[in-house]
Write a protein that binds this ligand. Structure first.
Ligand SMILES: Nc1nc2c(ncn2[C@@H]2O[C@H](COP(=O)(O)OP(=O)(O)OP(=O)(O)O)[C@@H](O)[C@H]2O)c(=O)[nH]1
Length: 365
């Protein structure tokens, strides 16, 4: 692999870095143990200690892999993906925008034959944390299912710890009934194929996704959460947090990608998640316009970042910076929120009954 065939795109400012490899490089990668060139690590990264978990995006041509990556990690608007050219190189991206969300995404061109004997797929799968297989739900998926089966069985043999995630994608064109029907059919066929080869122990997770709504962010959140070793601890902390405050639901969000890296153990509904994403957008957009000094660059998000939004259904949303890249987004009832306001000026606050739940410190301003 020569250095002129490896180009880093200038996305480092937002803590992402891309490296592209062209078809000829695939042959070069079949040489086991290929190391770093020009600061760009090769497939053998997984063998050294401080490597990030790898997420692979695979699927047939035009299934929507690159669109997913661009919309989730580069804020590309869904309509712009109509003009994306077919990927003919492996595209790797480092995502390290927060201390908890740190991984690499590998976007594979649909036409690559991984199982060409000259290509060392073992090196790819060994360092992989999750394999996302994208199926275009608006297309005939017979070929996609046989490709899924081949990919999953090969990958499992190399690395049984991989999480296999199937995105039934482009569901925006389908009615609700149709979506459920497709999901049931794909789920059944994929698992039947595995059972036929005696591999029913392989677990596939299925998600209905589209880049035209928040479903793709939610699905990606769930995939990434499985790669966060601290997840149970974070969930536990969030459970303690909400049970000791007037808060009903709390999310920890990666602000840049709008992936939620943890939430308390009460169920998440899509509407709540969408509201959180909208709130993050509002905060960042307003801060972009009014929050930056002249000529200042970068994400307008810092220790001062916080917002309160009163919804018309007596719910209050509260966003507060937690770290440089993370935000806590909470939902609480208006009464719980007002209680904090009434605490300070009321001189006889000591008369409050003992069992009133105190708002957490972040609400005491
Ligand atoms: N309706 C709809 N179209 C989508 C969605 N996601 C992607 N597309 C469209 O699908 C087409 C193919 O998307 P790509 O992201 O280039 O597909 P790909 O899998 O990367 O394709 P290759 O690079 O050829 O492997 C584009 O026209 C996208 O606009 C979606 O959720 N809904």
């Amino acid at each position: 692999m020569t250095s002129d065939r490896v180009s880093s795109l200038g996305a480092e400012e937002d803590d992402t870095a891309l490296a592209y490899y062209d078809d000829d490089d695939l042959e070069a990668f079949s040489v086991a143990g290929l190391g770093c060139e020009d600061g760009v690590p090769g497939f053998s990264d997984s063998l050294n200690g401080d490597v990030k978990p790898r997420i692979l995006l695979m699927g047939l041509r035009r299934s929507g892999k690159s669109s997913i990556q661009k919309v989730v990690f580069h804020k590309m608007s869904p309509n712009e993906t109509l003009f994306l050219e077919s990927t003919n190189k492996i595209c790797r991206e480092d995502v390290s925008s927060s201390s908890f969300v740190s991984f690499q995404i590998w976007d594979f061109p649909g036409q690559i034959d991984f199982f060409d004997p000259s290509f060392d797929y073992e090196m790819i799968f060994i360092g992989t944390g999750a394999l996302i297989f994208v199926i275009d739900s608006q297309d005939d998926y017979v070929e996609a299912l046989s490709r899924l089966h081949l990919t999953v069985t090969r990958a499992y043999k190399v690395n049984p710890d991989i999480h296999f995630e199937v995105f039934i994608h482009k569901v925006d064109g389908l009615s609700d009934d149709h979506k459920i029907e497709k999901q049931r059919d794909i789920h059944k066929r994929a698992n039947d194929d595995l059972a036929d080869t005696g591999l029913e122990r392989i677990h596939l997770s299925f998600y209905l996704t589209s880049i035209y709504d928040h479903s793709i962010f939610e699905a990606f959140s769930k995939v990434v959460q499985k790669l966060i070793p601290q997840l149970p601890t974070l969930e536990n902390l969030l459970n303690i947090f909400i049970s000791n405050s007037g808060i009903e639901k709390a999310f920890l969000f990666d602000v840049v990608s709008k992936i939620y890296i943890a939430t308390d153990s009460s169920p998440v509904d899509m509407q709540t998640y969408e509201l959180c994403c909208d709130m993050i957008d509002v905060v960042i957009d307003i801060s972009c316009i009014y929050g930056l000094e002249n000529n200042e660059a970068g994400l307008p998000y810092d220790k001062e970042s916080m917002a309160i939004i009163h919804l018309n259904n007596t719910t209050v949303m509260y966003l507060k910076e937690v770290t440089k890249f993370l935000a806590m987004v909470c939902f609480l009832r208006k009464e719980s929120f007002d209680r904090k306001d009434s605490r300070h000026p009321v001189p006889d606050a000591a008369k409050q009954p003992q069992n009133i739940i105190e708002p957490p410190p972040c609400f005491t301003g």
